[in-house]
Write a protein that binds this ligand. Structure first.
Ligand SMILES: N#Cc1c(-c2ccc3ccn(Cc4ccc(CN5CCCC5)cc4)c3c2)n[nH]c1N
Length: 240
């Protein structure tokens, strides 16, 4: 997969080159190119923003600069363009799974009050465009969202994660939150590891883990339970 990120703060994306993701890039499993939006300015001040039509707070990112940047980065291809925005549709694991099948992704990191809407509308005539939000809180720009989304996608790609099984057992992959996890020592500050996890009885261990996942989802994310496909919960699950 090839990933391009356009931003006025390229260094914000430096963490992409760390750890597992960095190794996957070094091994050529993913190509990540970060582009400075100011490359496509033509004035001495390298201006990327201007006052909003209709008034209101802050500044808006100029369409001319973004248009040239997207033309240059996307070229003749029609990669999926992802635009983080507080006004976007919620980003979910389903998006990460869907996007992990794409040959290319381009991420547009806005700043200020956002990007002139005509940039998105113009791009949408040539490529698939998705305006998505990380969640119901307000960031200062799109870079943190892109770091999150790229990590969520990249970890699903073959050869990126050390243990591919881990991605399959993700939270949300079966619709439930994962339960608690434990490692050595057997007792820590007077707190023992649950006996079942040391029993070697894998049927009992699987049952215990599912019960903890159901319990945690019930208390923390009842909305996920309500959204489970019909038939996901067994009769025994419902007894929990
Ligand atoms: N994903 C994601 C995001 C973002 C996000 C993503 C991309 C950009 C580009 C610029 N900003 C800053 C900003 C902040 C607030 C507003 C709303 N206005 C404020 C006063 C009147 C309305 C507009 C822009 C961004 C924020 N925030 N939260 C998420 N989950």
């Amino acid at each position: 997969m090839r990933i391009d990120v356009i931003t006025i703060f390229p260094d914000y994306l430096a963490p992409l080159r760390e750890a597992l993701l960095g190794k996957a890039i070094d091994r050529g499993r993913i190509q990540v190119d970060v582009h400075d939006l100011r490359t496509w300015t033509h004035d001495v001040h390298k201006a990327v923003d201007d006052s909003p039509y209709g008034g209101g707070p802050g500044m808006v990112m100029k369409p001319q600069v973004w248009g040239e940047a997207l033309d240059a980065v996307c070229g003749d291809e029609a990669p999926r363009l992802v635009v983080p925005t507080p006004a976007g549709r919620p980003f979910t694991q389903r998006d990460a799974v869907r996007w992990s099948a794409e040959p290319r992704l381009v991420f547009a990191c806005g700043r200020y009050e956002g990007i002139d809407q005509r940039v998105i509308d113009d791009a949408a005539e040539r490529m698939p465009v998705e305006e998505v939000s990380l969640g119901d809180y307000v960031l200062v720009g799109g870079e943190v969202a892109v770091l999150t989304m790229v990590e969520a996608v990249a970890r699903l790609l073959p050869g990126v994660l050390g243990n591919p099984l881990s991605a399959e057992q993700d939270s949300f992959s079966d619709g439930l939150l994962e339960g608690p996890c434990y490692t050595r020592p057997e007792v820590w500050r007077g707190r023992p590891v649950p006996d079942v996890l040391r029993s070697g009885n894998h049927a009992a261990i699987d049952r215990w883990r599912r019960d903890r996942a159901l319990e945690r989802t019930w208390y923390r994310r009842p909305d996920l339970l309500a959204a489970l496909p019909e038939g996901t919960l067994t009769a025994r699950d419902r007894e929990q």
